[in-house]
Ligand binder design. Sequence first.
Ligand SMILES: [Zn+2]
Length: 355
Amino acid sequence: MKALQLVAHGAPGKFELREVPDPQPGPGEAVVQVQSCGLNHLDLWLEEGGLPIPIKLPRTPGGEIAGEIVALGPGTAGVPPAVQRDAGAPRRQIGDRVAVQSNLFCGECEFCRRGEDSMCLRGEILGVQRDGGFAEKVLVPSRALVSLPDGVDFDTSAALTLAGSTAMHMLNNRAHVNPGDWVLAIGGASGVGSAAIQIAKQLGARVISTGSTEAKRNLAKNLGAEFVVDSNDPKWPAEIRKITDKHGVDVVVEHVGGDVLGKCFDCLARGGTIVTCGATAGRDVPLNLWPFFVKQHRLIGSYGRNRADLDATLQWAAAGKLKPVIDSIFPLDQTAGAFAKLRSRNFFGKVLVKP
Ligand SMILES: [Zn+2]
């Protein structure tokens, strides 16, 4: 089969499209024929060598995978063994249409046993610590598979299952949104931001978003944001205070870090919550503790998703409550161009690769 391999880190990194042996499934594993795979900032970090975990090259990136099962290892078809039942994995068949949960989990540790796969003690990131979906086929543990509901096509799945389920985990699991709350979704044209706007709206919130260009701000409005502020204007937190009649926002969906996180505190209501899942603009941020405890703020980390979040994301997509925003689709042999597009920041929603 053909697989895109990162052979040297850099910006751009060095990629080679290589012919490699077809993966063979061992016990509890499945091989998925990749039909579509979304690109994420995580892939750029992998490309640039910017992740705080050791990476062995060559590596096939790509964690947002949708496809069809083409091979099953022992213990995956028929009645699943107890450990898979604990992890909630149903029996599988060749030809099943599936999405893959990219934060791979062991299914056995104390967190997995209570359905908190995102906190797995032995978790691995698909496409980072093992080969991912920028290839014709990918080998994954069968417990990481989630069935695609009827009416959800491969591209929709690949555009929602990582970024969209990240937003679902942030708003439905880590933070809590009440009807009528003000929710700020940072970067409304991004993968996480575009999903967060729609999810918060469905939960009954009044949504504000940010965007660096008029086109991005228009997209955020079309997705359901009531107000969208210009993130290039350093006074945008004051603008949000004005919009909310000085109340501030109750929940912020944050995935940028750096200076943006500080600005989120500037427009956060008393008792408000910032939930954050990323740090593309910087991982080290100053925190002024005085307003933090006086205003009784909460800062919550969010990582990956649980199986329930991925299921909910796909069910919402099937019900038309969550729509993907697809910027462009690249063939496998032009994946390097997809990476360049993501690095340019000149895109809306998701960039996909179709092997
Ligand atoms: Zn675990």
